[in-house]
Design a protein around this ligand. Sequence first.
Ligand SMILES: Cc1cc2nc3c(=O)[nH]c(=O)nc-3n(C[C@H](O)[C@H](O)[C@H](O)COP(=O)(O)OP(=O)(O)OC[C@H]3O[C@@H](n4cnc5c(N)ncnc54)[C@H](O)[C@@H]3O)c2cc1C
Length: 693
Amino acid sequence: MRGLLTAVGLAALALPAQALIGYGITMYDPSCGFGCYDAVSGYMLECSVMDHGPVGAHSHGAGGPTSPECRAGDDYFLTTLAYCMNTTCDASTPRWKLEKFWSEQATGSKTVAAKWSYAEALAQIKEPPTDEYGEDDHHLTRTVLLDPETVKANTLTREYFEYAEMIHSRYGLILLIVGFGTPIVISMFTRLPYMSTLSDKLKPYLVYPSIIGTYHVRPLPFLLGNAATVGQSLYVIMFAALNIAMAAAGYKSVQPNAWFGNQWQEVMGYFSARTGVLAFALTPLVILLSGRNNILLWATNWSHSTFMVLHRWVARIYAAQVIVHSIAELVLYIDMGSYEAEFKTEYWAWGIVATVFACAMLVFSSLFFRRWSYELFLIGHIIMAVFVIVGSWYHVEFLFSRKWGYEFWLYAACAVWFFDRVIRVFRVLKNGPRRAVVTEVADNIVRVDVKGIRWTAAPGLHTYAYFPALSPWRPWENHPFSILPTALLQSKRDASLSGAASGSDTPSHADVEKSGGVTSTSRPERDDQALGGAPGTGITLYVRKSKGLTKLLANHNSLLTLLDGPYPDNPTDGVLKSDRLLLIAGGVGITGVLPYIARHTNVKVCWSVKAASEGLVRDLEGPLSRVAEKDIRVGSRLDVAALLAEEERTGWSRVGVVVCGPGGLCDDTRALVTAKARTGPTVWELEVDAFSW
Ligand SMILES: Cc1cc2nc3c(=O)[nH]c(=O)nc-3n(C[C@H](O)[C@H](O)[C@H](O)COP(=O)(O)OP(=O)(O)OC[C@H]3O[C@@H](n4cnc5c(N)ncnc54)[C@H](O)[C@@H]3O)c2cc1C
């Protein structure tokens, strides 16, 4: 967090605008000065050229046939402006503000100063003017009166526009604070004293169940995506509703308006700007929610997979804001007749770049593409995100030249992103390059021992492993795997020895249903010292080979391995506080639950593996032999309903269930635990670690 703030702070120091409109930046203060300026700046001066350029509402008063230099030296322009300000601005506008306005804005440019000060210009007016600029006037040849109605309309136009911009900033901040703060507040709430009973009652209705049937880890039909839990859905619904409210509320109109021909155009102008600002405000949140080094993961008891669900939904809301912004701008400019001119501008082109890539990200982030090739999805996702941010940056840069602070939202987004990436690099460097022993323990499962790593033996952690030697063309590729402390496994030898001597249980005992005999492991001896670690220090990963990088993992005595981690995936406090802990695993999912056996005294391990993965059971004989209660099935399935019923019958008042394995097993367990938790009297705590997000 400190790094993030420092990065934002450094970025801010280097920039002209130091905040957001309404929060450090004022646009048109004093508005009466701008009202006068707008009224006189359209008049032809002796030095004006007959060259009319388009002036869009967004250009905030720049442009026209008269240059700032021309205004700076024109007597009658300056005296007319000074007289108008002196007679229009009331006592509530202090003199210093008028002088400041004069020195910065009188010519229409901050860098071109008027030849007279405000006081000098007033001093030039010997007689108060009596007439206005007439139709017969080719250019300004005297100090004239400005039409009070025009001045008032100009003044109010600027005031209302600035008010609208201030509301955009405020609502953007509200979105960001609510989106960011909700997980923190809810987590704090659940940790308050006396909240545990309420939380126990709510979890079976909010936290555990899916919003659509029993789908959560398993994708919805036709790969439509993954259904969120009820609690996740409530966050999404709340946040979507807040986005709609923030886009729809708080508009004030003033007509006649100097910039917009009618009320519809005016409100449409504010609305298009609002949706643009809200989209900008969401950018840091979208990136934060997907981060590994994410302050929300540290400050809350929400899981990484929950934040990934929120990342996807907040990103969809972000894209909706972008699309609505672009359509609203298009419709507005067509209505105002300035579309042709806007279309040719650079800011417009970059806006289109950002919009198109935001839409493309929506499509290419679908489950279909993530399943088709995760790595291609990931690379494309990052490249497209860069285009969205760069496109957004140039969009406001060409339009406002960092005058109004819109870019700060983007700097915040970049800071969040870079913070995550930099910490990843630090973690990898801290862990250092390692040489891992890779051992094939079953047909499709390898064990990866990385020595010399001393991480906490806490459960619920994973690391991202790089095997650059396996993928020289994609050395950046890395994948998440659950962590087992090697010490937990090395007790195997001791356990085997004592087991042989005392005849104690191994997984081949009566509680193991299996298709074949369990014999001692066939893995080659590992040379702990040669691998740079004392015996026992280090971590072990069990990897089921899939279609990508993991397919290339094979027996190896010294495979270059880099580790980014450890990271928490699921909170463990709740289940560890239970009287009884039921660990349910399918296949290689055993790695997600095994670390719990060292943390709880009343554990039952229920594990089913396919016959082809029996070698994995043999490899885990050691730690499993130390678990008094276990139900290990090779080649057959667990009956989760019966397992839960048995725990209920035994009469534990609080049972924790951790499930890790295939989607079907995870979803079934979720549904069964939810149903049991709703009926009581047993209180159920559930953690689902699905090896996917
Ligand atoms: C928190 C967590 C812990 C995990 N622990 C283990 C474990 O201990 N043992 C184990 O065998 N597997 C584990 N997995 C699954 C493992 O990460 C994937 O099987 C692995 O990334 C597949 O790599 P591949 O290139 O061979 O995949 P591919 O065959 O190319 O992809 C298979 C699927 O894996 C998923 N996937 C691929 N790469 C990633 C990635 N970088 N991040 C997230 N998902 C990805 C995608 O859904 C993809 O569709 C875990 C996953 C998560 C999220």
